[in-house]
Design a binder for this molecule. Structure first.
Ligand code: MEV
Length: 317
């Protein structure tokens, strides 16, 4: 059997994180230049059924039997085998690498799951289609995040911009123009599961939380129009509005606010946290001519990493 390469992109949430858990709409974008990549090789010389897993980005160098069965990587492998109807564990070596930070709100756990589903199914001679890959990744996300909306695995397995509601089929949305974005990392890693769990508790205690979730959903609805009609200014304003609402949910942080403030002062059209929050990354919508100035301001404000990406009409193809 040959060495099988596979990969999956990162993602950002343009509008609507957290509210999307409560069936409000959100918009998510793929980041195709940021990827998790896998190589899968036959396990020559290993005991039958042995799976060696190396993930330097997670400091993981182990065999599958030593991982807890609920570990998202173990779930991704098992769910892929279940999807293929394979009951005996194949013997292989899996190596995963990433060129973006994991645990930073960029969809690392879903990208790992999608990469495994794609790579392992190809290695076994039956490449899974997008819907099956998505289902595998959702199972893995459930063990990583507890109550995921499914937006991360869906945008990553499609690698297209989506308008997403938990109880509806996702819609691929076509950008009305080329949009340029910067992602800046606070360097603070937070578990999305913990932030989602905190909000679930607060929502029970405080009826205001559900109202804010609904307002975020309205911002996403308006954002869809701004995105598809190519209204740069309006989209920036909506990102800022979304950030104010996320502040009210108390999922922001000083480090995130510093980066958002730096981006906006240097001319970003809008900026907000992206993903679970309380750490991780911000997303800024920019005009290309201001890119250097904004990158400089973000570095000066303490950004640990900065990534640029674009979304245009062709991203929906
Ligand atoms: C994570 O990318 C987005 C959250 O809304 C969680 C989820 O939708 O599962 C915070």
């Amino acid at each position: 059997m040959p060495v099988i390469p596979a990969s999956a992109c990162a993602k950002t949430i343009l509008l609507g994180e957290h509210a999307v858990v409560y069936d409000e709409p959100a918009i998510a974008l793929p980041v195709s230049n940021l990827r998790v990549s896998a190589t899968i090789q036959p396990g020559i010389g290993l005991e039958p059924g042995t799976v060696i897993i190396k993930v330097p980005g997670l400091s993981l160098d182990t065999d599958l039997k030593s991982l807890p069965p609920q570990h998202p990587i173990a779930i991704s492998i098992q769910a892929t085998l279940d999807s293929l109807g394979i009951h005996e564990h194949p013997t292989f070596r899996l190596r995963l690498t990433n060129n973006f930070p994991l645990g930073a709100g960029l969809g690392g756990s879903a990208a790992i799951a999608v990469t495994i589903a794609r790579g392992l199914s190809a290695f076994l001679g039956h490449p899974l289609g997008q819907a099956e890959v998505n289902a595998v990744a959702f199972r893995s996300e459930q063990s990583a995040h507890g109550n995921p909306s499914g937006i991360d695995n869906t945008v990553i397995s499609l690698e297209k911009p989506i308008y997403f509601r938990r109880t509806h089929k996702e819609e691929i949305v076509k950008a009305g123009r080329m949009f340029s974005f910067l992602i800046a990392n606070t360097g603070i890693s937070k578990h999305t599961q913990d932030v989602v769990g905190d909000l679930a508790q607060k929502r029970i205690e405080d009826s205001e939380i559900q109202k804010i979730m609904h307002e975020i959903g309205q911002v996403s609805k308006e954002g869809r129009g701004a995105f598809t009609s190519g209204n740069l200014g309006k989209l920036g304003v909506l990102m800022n509005e979304n950030q104010s609402l996320l502040e009210k949910l108390e999922v922001s942080s000083n480090e995130l606010r510093n980066l958002i403030e730096a981006a906006c002062s240097a001319g970003a059209l809008g900026a907000k946290l992206t993903g679970g929050g309380r750490g991780g990354c911000i997303l800024a919508l920019i005009d290309e001519v201001k890119r250097e100035a904004i990158e400089y301001a973000l570095s000066a404000a303490g950004a640990k990493q900065i990534f640029a990406f674009e979304i245009g009409p062709q991203s929906a193809r």
